[in-house]
Design a protein around this ligand. Structure first.
Ligand code: AMP
Ligand code: ZN
Length: 461
């Protein structure tokens, strides 16, 4: 018998037992990145949390997990214009960077990674359906979804449309019947990216992109739709309205999951506020595993206040667990044949209670430290490693965790010294020598980087 899984569903406002539409199979969609910049640690939170859910679901189900790439967006257009590049030149760089950064923090590639630019045809078909069904209208080259035609509008974000209407004092664009109507299609001026459509050359609205990609890859009704809390309104509310109306009222997603915000000084981390820490920069000084654990130390729906202490605490935790695992040899086969302890599975199956799961891993590590019997030690270590396969942690050999500096033929002092010699060589423009020292360090797995604050070095983990 498989363990019951409970997930908090934003739409019903309750923790529900998870039951997929088709037994044995699960479809899950996560709103992915808008690719005009590097991912910050807040963006990494949904990627890590729902990667963990994916790993858990795969224990019992055949999962199809799609995470899209939003590669049509006005912020991308602005970045392209600013840097005098085409949008694809911008997006290719950041798609690649996103995937590299997420892989470094243990996020497995989704099964499908659809891009908005490759689904324009599907978007146009969905708009046509909405116009035919009387849910959308055309005006001044735009197509808008008429919110008042969908009586359930507001149920995800618990907003009352009539109250919203009454409260609206904003100036309404001339092409809108109501301030709440949202864009399905908008015209593009010649310098902006655009595609031909029955309504002229233009581009889709963001909300529509996800609805069309979901329909194409996962079907009319999916099991789980996930994203950060900021997407509840308007993005997910609008996705529900479009998809439900385009599909004769069929349920769009059976469960809605949202992660809480990661914040700095109690303010949401966000590109627009400029208070971001990029995953890419954090990886220079911290291993991906430390970053991943730091993100999982709080329950995913709770706010996570981020500071340098968060990473220090995660590193300490990993040192303690790997410390207990040190010098125990466990074959990959044994790990594969070891069951994840019920108590850990129970914690994760209770709406992804990662703090509780980690506390149980700690108990195992403590037990390991106290046990002298080698067979028992091997069994407990195998349980920790097996749990790590779901958590996406402890994927290294414990000795390897501690051995990076020990294995390196240079001490820390010698590394600093070589870097100083390289600085000197650069100063006198002896670039051959400078490059040779850089290569010498690289041979030992040490990367160096020139920053405005001087040279920094780290092991490539
Ligand atoms: P974006 O690239 O801005 O569209 O965001 C990608 C994902 O990151 C979305 O699911 C957002 O909800 C999520 N996200 C953005 N900022 C934060 C934050 N500070 N904390 C948690 N999640 C966030
Ligand atoms: Zn979306």
């Amino acid at each position: 018998m498989t363990m019951k899984l409970f997930l908090y569903d934003t739409l019903s406002g309750e923790k529900l037992e998870f039951k997929p539409l088709n037994s044995g199979k699960v479809t899950m969609y996560l709103c992915g990145p808008t690719v005009y910049n590097y991912a910050h640690i807040g963006n990494a939170r949904p990627a890590v949390v729902f990667d963990l859910l994916g790993r858990l679901l795969r224990q019992n189900y055949e999962l199809v997990f799609a995470r899209n790439i939003t590669d049509i967006d006005d912020k991308i257009n602005a970045a392209a214009i600013e840097s005098n590049k085409s949008i694809s030149e911008i997006t290719e760089v950041y798609i690649e960077a996103y995937n590299t950064d997420m892989a470094a923090i243990g996020v497995k590639s989704p099964d499908i990674e659809p891009r908005a630019t490759e689904h324009i045809g599907e978007m146009i078909i969905m708009i046509e359906k909405l116009i035919d069904a009387g849910n959308a209208y055309q005006a001044e080259g735009h197509v808008l979804f008429e919110v008042s035609t969908y009586s359930e509008y507001g149920s995800l974000s618990k907003r009352d449309l009539s109250e919203m209407m009454a409260g609206a004092r904003v100036e309404v664009a001339s092409y809108k019947k109501s301030a709440h109507d949202f864009i399905l299609w908008k015209p593009s001026t010649p310098e902006l990216p655009g595609w031909d459509s029955p309504w002229g050359r233009g581009r889709p609205g963001w909300h529509l992109e996800c609805s069309a990609m979901i329909k194409k890859h996962l079907g009319t009704t999916i099991d789980i739709h996930a994203g950060g809390q900021d997407l509840v309104f308007p993005h997910h509310e609008n996705e529900i309205a479009q998809s439900t109306c385009a599909h004769q009222g069929k349920t769009f997603s059976r469960y809605w999951l949202h992660n809480g915000f990661l914040s700095i000084d109690n303010t949401k981390m966000s590109k627009s506020l400029g208070n971001v820490s990029l995953v890419r920069d954090l990886l220079k000084d911290h291993s991906g595993e430390v970053i991943r654990l730091a993100l999982l130390t709080a329950h995913y729906r709770q706010p996570l206040e981020w500071s340098s202490k968060t990473l220090v605490a995660a590193k300490k935790m990993l040192d303690r667990i790997y410390g207990a695992l040190r010098d125990i040899r466990v074959s990959p086969q044994k790990i594969a044949n070891t069951k994840v302890p019920t108590i850990i599975l129970e914690a994760l199956s209770n709406d992804l209670n990662t703090p509780m799961a980690m506390a149980e891993v700690f108990s195992l590590a403590k037990k390991l430290n106290k046990t002298l019997d080698n067979n028992e030690r091997e069994d407990i270590a195998a349980q920790i490693y097996a749990s790590g396969k779901i958590l996406g942690l402890f994927e290294k050999d414990a000795n390897e965790w501690f051995s990076q500096i020990a294995q390196c033929k240079y001490s820390e002092g010698e590394i600093e010294n070589l870097i100083a010699q390289r600085d000197e060589a650069r100063l006198i423009k002896d670039f051959n020598k400078a490059d040779q020292i850089r290569d010498q360090l690289l041979d030992e797995g040490i990367s160096i980087e020139d920053t405005s604050a001087g040279v920094r070095w780290h092991f490539d983990r």
